[in-house]
Design a binder for this molecule. Sequence first.
Ligand SMILES: NC(=O)c1ccc[n+]([C@@H]2O[C@H](COP(=O)([O-])OP(=O)(O)OC[C@H]3O[C@@H](n4cnc5c(N)ncnc54)[C@H](O)[C@@H]3O)[C@@H](O)[C@H]2O)c1
Length: 485
Amino acid sequence: MNNQTHSTVRLVEPVVDRPRMTVIGTGYLGATHAVCMAALGFEVLGVDVDARKIEALAAGRVPFFEPGLEDLLRETLATGRLRFTQDFAQAAAFGDVHFVCVGTPQTKGSQAADLTYVHAAVDALARHLTRKSLVVGKSTVPIGTAAALTQRLQAAAPAGAAVELAWNPEFLREGYAVADTLTPDRLVFGVTSAWASAQLRAAFAPVLDKGTPLVECDLPTAELVKVAANSFLATKISYINAMAEVCEATGADVNLLARALSYDARIGGRFLKPGLGFGGGCLPKDIRAFAARADELGVGQAVAFLHEVDAINNRRRRRTVDLVRELAGGALQGVRVAALGAAFKPNSDDVRDAPALDVARMLHEEGAVVRVYDPQAMGNARRAYPELAYVDSLPAAVHLADVVVLLTEWDQFRHADPEMMGWLVAQRKVVDGRHALDADAYRAAGWDYRALGRPLMSSTVDLGTADADSLEFALRQVGAAPAPA
Ligand SMILES: NC(=O)c1ccc[n+]([C@@H]2O[C@H](COP(=O)([O-])OP(=O)(O)OC[C@H]3O[C@@H](n4cnc5c(N)ncnc54)[C@H](O)[C@@H]3O)[C@@H](O)[C@H]2O)c1
């Protein structure tokens, strides 16, 4: 559907032109959304049940690492347009549009999504909704959730059916969250009425005015878009990692393969990077929840391949441990391993389902003496895996190491000088779990270099980074980094 301004839509009821917004759940998604909406000129109230998060945000501190977000938080707090609270009655009285951004983690002991937080947030808000308003789900949920939530919401709200529900799935990437929120590549609105459509358009007017493509659809399609997108991305990563397994059996080089494939415009190079695979708070749990929901709907077979995508991804973690063991001479007991990285990807401190920490844990369980270092994720990593040993710098991690293993491709690790690293380690042996190091430079400095899916004597292959995937690009988009000369 083409972009339309809300004035062209035939309305049943008037919309609020500059709606006041609440953002319920101020984690990675919600805090970013609240700050960016305030930056776009709206009055915004962030709501969370976590008192420490609310206090930190209100004081201008982002309780997690996200490039560019803290500066923007401080700027928007200073305008007076952005405030934070734990009070749902205040939120209901304040907001014309309420964004629900709470977590939907994997249920313990099952593959399905846990909707406890979504239900709690909607219930807490609904009982105070005494006037017409729009509740907009942004969390990633199983198909059918929005329809059930609509009934729950309208049954609990004093305003009844005057309260409507829409779904607006979020596609931001941690590490690029500010740019992705201010300049998304598309918006998706799942709506059930002309009024909801017009109210959402008003809420996103500054983004739509930039020409952002909008797809307006029914609720199930909006829910499906998000899990379909994540399933596609996960499949692309696991596809090249499946090829890496074939490479390992044949002596072929997966990096050269990926590069050759990437020149085919129908395939493209983005998300075609072989290595340790995906993790984080979205992709793994989203593909599992999607498969579980598809089973319930009787179409499990249609997405049965997602189980294989997950299995390929998990095998890469075990295979990385195998490579470290091989390089260590066949056994890990007592081997000192420098584990570089803990976050599930660079430019984030998120360690949810992080491949890096999973590998560090497996190495530790096999008796290796593992020292973990990550530029931003140390606090989260310590809390998630207290049994591992952590050090505060790259030199401290590699000091007297028998094997160095790169697990998260932070720039600091990619650009470390192999010669200087070589002076610190006990043995010049490195496993490049992310295909991010300069193999030639390491070999020239006398290192034994190994990477998944690559022959023993492979040399450097530049897999390149799409401009849109670079942090500099994302920061330039929001005016936080200088344009290249
Ligand atoms: N993180 C991402 O990159 C990203 C991207 C797109 C979509 N999503 C989706 O967005 C949702 C949130 O993800 P996240 O990474 O921000 O999670 P998060 O855990 O960082 O944040 C969730 C927040 O919700 C709060 N919360 C829990 N129960 C609440 C309640 N009843 N009322 C108010 N607040 C409550 C928590 O305290 C927490 O601050 C998930 O469904 C996720 O799949 C996340």
